[in-house]
Write a new protein. Structure first.
Ligand code: FES
Length: 146
């Protein structure tokens, strides 16, 4: 077969089909979420499963799932396989717990923030947002899981 397999996509084609910019596709690849092969001219070529994987990644990211968690789940897929409907349902169920936890932390932070909004001190040693009262160790934000 020629250097370009019949069912392979260039990064531009994958971007066009998925609606995800090439910069984001390169980012996904650097993060290990997506794989490509390189041509002798060092151009990326994606297999037929890439469109489904990008859809899975995009939906997951839009739901607020951290990249690392997406990578772990995609790591279960056999090489060259696209996520199936059943795969997505199982992953979404798993991530519901994570998202519920994030929501709880955000609600707690919102309550504390309400007090801070009328205080204004931003003192590291006194500000409630910087203490463990939010359920987070001091120095960590409520959105560190992203
Ligand atoms: S700003 Fe004063 S406690 Fe947070």
């Amino acid at each position: 077969m020629s250097p370009r397999e019949a069912d392979e996509l260039t990064i531009g084609e994958l971007a066009e089909r998925s609606g995800v910019p090439a910069t984001a596709l390169r980012f996904y690849e650097r993060q290990g979420l997506l794989r490509s092969r390189r041509t002798p001219g060092n151009q990326r070529r994606y297999g037929h499963a890439a469109v489904g994987k990008v859809a899975f990644i995009r939906a997951s990211r839009n739901a607020g799932v951290p990249v690392a968690m997406i990578g772990e789940v995609l790591g279960i897929l056999p090489e060259g396989a696209a996520p199936t409907r059943e795969f997505w349902i199982r992953a979404a169920r798993c991530w519901s717990t994570h998202l519920d936890d994030r929501l709880s932390r955000l609600r707690r932070a919102r309550e504390v923030f309400g007090g801070c909004a009328s205080c204004g001190c931003l003192a590291f040693d006194r500000c409630a947002l910087m203490k463990a009262g939010t359920g987070e160790p001091a120095g960590q934000g409520v959105d560190d899981g992203m």
